[in-house]
Ligand binder design. Sequence first.
Ligand SMILES: Nc1nc2c(ncn2[C@@H]2O[C@H](COP(=O)(O)OP(=O)(O)O)[C@@H](O)[C@H]2O)c(=O)[nH]1
Ligand SMILES: [Mg+2]
Length: 310
Amino acid sequence: MQRFHHLQFADARELAQFKSHQRISVCIPTLNEAKTIGKIVSIIQADLMEIGLVDEILVIDSGSTDDTRELAAAAGAKTYLASDILPNLAPHVGKGENLWKALQVAAGDLICYIDGDIENFHSGFVTGLVGPLLTDDGIDYVKGFYERPLAYGDESHSTGGGRVSEILIRPLISLFYPELSVVLQPLAGEYAARRSTLESLDFPVGYGVEIAHLIDLAQNQQLHRIAQTDLVKRIHRNRGDAELGGMAFAILQVILRRLERDAKVTLASPLPALFQSWSIENGAITPISKEIPEPERPRIQSSLKKNQLF
Ligand SMILES: Nc1nc2c(ncn2[C@@H]2O[C@H](COP(=O)(O)OP(=O)(O)O)[C@@H](O)[C@H]2O)c(=O)[nH]1
Ligand SMILES: [Mg+2]
């Protein structure tokens, strides 16, 4: 799998020369990202839109109760509430839903997804991901990778972020889809792709969306068209173990579905959607359960329904 470094594409003006007729949309899914969203949008606006590399910035919001939407709009993003896009569809809440909804309203031929909670954002996140698409016709999908520092409580470690990737994804990939083990950050929320490629993919509505893309691209013999770009370091909000459990539950459902589809395992009965856990704190033992069904939005290009899940 080809690897790039974002600094190879640091000259955004020169990169814009490779666009020809193509338009580029940067799409950011958000839920309560007031701390970071304004700065991210402002940087893209000032560094990349002004010079004509990026054509639009979209923020697709899941119903933030802070000022995320106002701050995004003030910084220059087209801002949407996810449930307002295709309002006749029953809405789902989750990042995958927002990425799929973004495709419905974005004008771009190239789509660059960026998470809304990046604290050390710089324009290299975008140039590094769209650069390979603009300069190499043989590449359709560019995944970011980086060191992931872990800040937890008062402690900070230079690595150790990406716990779900290391504990859940890597073992499963090694067991069932070893061809994907070359992907350095399979769950990275920063990636860019051609619209036609994204329209050929199903989108789980929550945290399962990234691994679904990689498995389905591999199953569709498209792995050679994926590249990855070194974005050096990403600092974002690190979640606690309980939240990571819910994330892993959604991701596991998406993988198990594909294992069945790809005839790698057979499930004896349908999977429950109820995630059950406990909180044990100061002598109080409290059950925590949450429905996390992780349904999937279907690929937009229905002509490619080769192995449709739903
Ligand atoms: N958890 C969650 N994140 C959402 C939702 N909608 C959009 N997002 C955004 O999805 C991005 C990635 O989420 P995050 O929780 O940071 O994922 P992580 O980086 O894998 O821990 C962030 O920009 C979130 O604001 C949602 O409904 N739930
Ligand atoms: Mg994050």
